[in-house]
Design a protein around this ligand. Structure first.
Ligand SMILES: [Zn+2]
Length: 444
């Protein structure tokens, strides 16, 4: 069971976004000092690294000081998981698996404190979309995921540990399978009649395109939330125009909530007091707001698997505008999240093709192609899987010719094959990597 102190902390976490920015920073720095001292005393990787650099926990006062540490990645945890785990054995720890969208799943150890904080952080997001819910009662929420996913594992834990949640939040939460086709899930959803639908961006896109094309409704629906993989901008607009407001949730099993979209819809507010975020360029130096950078996170709470200066594999852009958000939260804003688990394609001459470039190409085919997956097999060999809208099935040849022409414009002379399929290849966790390269590793 959670102690009253932990419950008090959850309440405190909920209020932090509305504090003045300098107080949020103060809270961040307090957590940084705490986790650095802990990492130095109990976690082999940090103890070794600090010693080899002649550093002490006291040398880490501001978040910028984390740059003194090397950047770590998923591969480091997979190679030597025990290096990042606290050696002070506590029975309060809990294992959660990442979904392994880019290969092997990784196991992350969550400390009890982090498990509790994660509720408060999730509540920040729920508070943001609560304002558009039409009823004050506990809303019916449909989550499209699968049994055994990270979120499902956490749900089981919370249900058991916090009985109050069992009769409130969990009372009206229902799980739907991401591996069922949209037409099946629509029938089940219609019966459940949810106010909130939450799922991966790619599945939300598929479901709502199907619903919109067939003029289907869900009368009680107020909010759609999505996380993980990308939701196409055009699909998002369809949902907003025909159904309800859409809110993005930026989270990962390594960090819990990193950011969340507020009711002003200006991007994602970053919960920097608990998960510090830095955007770096190719030279590993920080980029300015408005510029693209790779996202490096530091989980300032978790004392299970301790991850500081950790490469998530995402690329983002911070908001340039230094003005207050209409929602009164003072957390900084990530304006866009560009390449979640997608690869960047490199041509033989070193030209970098950004996933966003492909968004614009496929945008032209938005009515015909519902979803796609592009694989770079070799420098001049590409395979594209397309899920075609029923209405355009008789125009397959034209679409194939047109799309090959558009793609060759960017790839140059190359072998491009289009496969029209009924289901796109998904990872074990149900995600779709839209752009996948079999030759280049992340060179960014
Ligand atoms: Zn806001």
């Amino acid at each position: 069971m959670f102690s009253p102190l932990i419950v008090w902390n959850i309440r405190k976490l909920r209020k932090i976004p509305f504090l003045p920015f300098y107080e949020i920073k103060k809270e961040q720095e307090r957590r940084l000092r705490d986790i650095m001292a802990y990492a130095y005393n109990h976690v082999p990787h940090y103890r070794r690294t600090l010693k080899s650099f002649g550093l002490k926990p006291e040398n880490f006062k501001k978040i910028e000081d984390l740059r003194k540490l090397p950047i770590i990645s998923k591969a480091d945890i997979q190679k030597k998981p025990n290096d990042f785990i606290s050696q002070s054995q506590s029975k309060d720890l809990f294992w959660v698996k990442t979904s392994g969208s880019t290969g092997q799943p990784t196991k992350i150890l969550w400390s009890k404190n982090f498990l509790a904080a994660s509720i408060g952080l999730g509540q920040r997001f729920r508070d943001a979309y609560a304002s558009v819910l039409k009823s004050n009662r506990i809303p019916k929420k449909a989550r499209i995921s699968y049994l055994g996913s990270g979120s499902d594992t956490l749900d089981k834990y919370y249900r058991q540990e916090i009985w109050a949640l069992k009769y409130t939040y969990y009372k009206n939460l229902k799980l739907f399978s991401i591996f069922d086709p949209p037409e099946k899930n629509y029938i089940l959803l219609k019966e459940f009649n949810p106010q909130i639908i939450a799922g991966h961006g790619s599945y939300i896109g598929l479901l709502f395109t199907y619903m919109a094309q067939n003029k289907l409704d869900l009368p009680n629906l107020n909010v759609v939330t999505y996380s993980s993989d990308h939701l196409r901008e055009e699909t998002r607009r369809i949902i907003e125009e025909r159904y309800c407001q859409v809110f993005a949730h930026y989270n990962a099993m390594e960090t819990s909530t990193i950011g969340f979209e507020c009711e002003a819809h200006r991007g994602s507010h970053l919960s920097i007091d608990t998960c510090a975020v830095e955007l770096i360029g190719k030279d590993s130096l920080p980029v300015s707001p408005g510029e693209e950078g790779e996202i490096i996170v530091s989980n300032l709470i978790n004392k299970g698997t301790v991850l500081l200066n950790y490469r998530l594999g995402d690329i983002g852009v911070m908001d340039e505008v230094d003005e207050d958000c209409d929602c009164d939260r003072n957390l900084p804003t990530l304006r866009s999240l560009i390449a979640r688990s997608d690869d960047i394609i490199f041509l033989q001459d070193g030209t970098m093709l950004h996933p966003r470039l492909f968004w614009t190409i496929f945008k032209k085919w938005i009515n015909q192609i519902l979803q796609y997956k592009l694989i770079q097999e070799d420098f001049d060999k590409y395979t594209v899987f397309c899920l075609l809208s029923d209405e355009f099935k008789d125009q397959m040849d034209n679409i194939e010719r047109g799309l090959i022409k558009d793609l060759k414009n960017v790839f140059g002379e190359s072998d491009v094959k289009i496969n029209f399929v009924n289901n796109l290849p998904r990872s074990k966790g149900g995600k779709i990597r839209t752009i996948e390269s079999h030759i280049s590793q992340h060179r960014f």
